[in-house]
Design a protein around this ligand. Structure first.
Ligand code: ZLS
Ligand code: CA
Ligand code: ZN
Length: 394
């Protein structure tokens, strides 16, 4: 098991599949899988591949995926193509009930190579989990994973197969207790649902609740993740939700993340940690309304890494793709303990034109914007979260 003091080296493995980068949700869709190829381009051009083991793996098999999907939904997902969707008017109604749509002006379009795409990103998360389970790596990375909204019987929020549920299940084969942490700006509802009554997995999501400039109860997807939701049965108090308002900045985020996660680590004492690093909590995201810098976002990675517990890093949301790639490249460096060694000037590597708006620098300027998170509100959500964690003690 890993036994290096904080700040020192970790054995890191990294999954990348070029096939995923060519997946197209549709010309007008906000989810752009190419951002993972951009991330890889940056990681390679900074020379970080030399320090990691490359996880070459096969796509997840149907049997592996079957474990987390209903038979009906699996068959549909496997067999649907844009053409069969168009031809199958009789089943269109049923397909719609699974939140899939032939229309690309929809969250979950039926796209070319859909099953292959899912099998590849899920295969990456599975392989990463296995690399931790066998003890060959201390940190495993799959930036194409992190699809936290997918459920056993339907797609949701651009997510078709919940690779996180698959990875957590795989980790449980080796580790008695596994912690899931979700810093995507959206609530990790799918993962929460899979493990709500499971005592061996604790899920923690930090997310935006309500929209900027609107009432507190204005809908921000998926609308769940209330602090009052704490899990059930064996899993009671092993679900933790930290809802925040629009405009959350580095200082405010850290003032919640650090004390809450310190307590969770101490009370739940996980044997492995999975961190969903959705980059839509960054400032300037096309969907999220938080105001984090890349350093602020990456501090969450650094903080959880400092506990020296096997760590799985996954992607997730992120809709301003130059920001996403910069962030995940920097977080790859954090995993390696090399974040102070990579220069801010982006090396020439073929994708540099994407970074014009940020002056071809890795870190971009975050505007001083107002936050709807008043000190009072912050104190309240911290207190409520800590109170819920304390209940685990009893
Ligand atoms: O966490 O808010 C919704 C649902 C709707 C509004 C949008 N319409 C299309 C469907 C009905 C209530 N959906 C969210 C999903 C957010 C998923 C986040 C995933 C993750 O980051 C993990 C990967 C939503 N917010 C914004 C959009 N959808 C959205 C914005 C713009 C577009 C383009 C493409 C598609 C249709 C037009 C779309 C969705
Ligand atoms: Ca979240
Ligand atoms: Zn998101």
């Amino acid at each position: 098991s890993p036994s290096c003091p904080d700040g020192s080296k970790r054995r890191v493995c990294y999954y990348y599949d070029a096939g995923i980068a060519n997946v197209d949700y549709g010309a007008h869709h906000v989810m752009v899988p190419r951002r993972v190829a951009m991330t890889h381009g940056l990681v390679a051009s900074y020379g970080l591949l030399r320090d990691m083991e490359l996880l070459r793996t096969r796509p997840a098999t149907q049997d592996e995926i079957a474990y987390i999907l209903t038979d009906d939904y699996l068959r549909l997902l496997r067999d649907l193509t844009p053409d069969t969707y168009r031809a199958d008017s009789a089943r269109r109604h049923k397909i719609g009930a699974l939140s899939l749509s032939g229309d690309e002006r929809n969250d979950n379009p039926v796209i070319d190579g859909l099953w292959d795409y899912c099998a590849r990103y899920a295969g990456g998360s599975l392989a990463a989990a296995r690399a931790l389970g066998t003890g060959t790596s201390d940190i495993a990375i799959n930036w194409s994973g992190g699809m936290h909204h997918a459920c056993s019987g339907e797609a949701s929020g651009f997510c078709y197969v919940n690779d996180i549920a698959l990875a957590l299940t795989e980790l449980l084969a080796t580790f008695p207790r596994v912690l899931y942490v979700d810093i995507d700006v959206h609530h990790g509802d799918g993962v929460e649902k899979y493990f709500a009554s499971d005592g061996k997995v604790m899920t923690v999501s930090f997310h935006q609740f309500g929209r900027a400039g609107k009432g507190d109860d204005t809908f921000f997807f998926p609308g769940t993740g209330n602090a009052k939701d704490v899990g059930e049965g064996e899993g009671k108090y092993r679900t933790l939700n930290v809802p925040m308002k629009a405009g959350m900045d580095d200082t405010g985020y850290k003032e919640l993340f650090v004390p809450i996660m310190r307590e969770v680590m101490e009370v739940f004492r996980p044997d492995a940690v999975v961190l969903q690093c959705g980059a839509d909590s960054l400032s300037g995201d096309r969907l999220g309304e938080f105001n984090l810098s890349i350093r602020g976002h990456a501090e969450c990675v650094a903080y959880l890494r400092s506990f020296n517990v096997p760590l799985l890093l996954l992607g997730g949301g992120g809709y301003t793709i130059n920001h996403v790639a910069s962030c995940w490249c920097y977080e790859t460096a954090v995993a390696l303990g090399k974040e102070k060694e990579i220069p801010d000037d982006i090396p020439h590597h073929g994708y540099e034109h994407y970074y014009k708006d940020q002056g071809y620098k890795l870190h971009y300027a975050v505007p001083k914007a107002g936050t709807k998170n008043t000190k009072d509100h912050m104190d309240n959500i911290r207190k409520e979260a800590l109170k819920n964690v304390e209940k685990l003690h009893e």
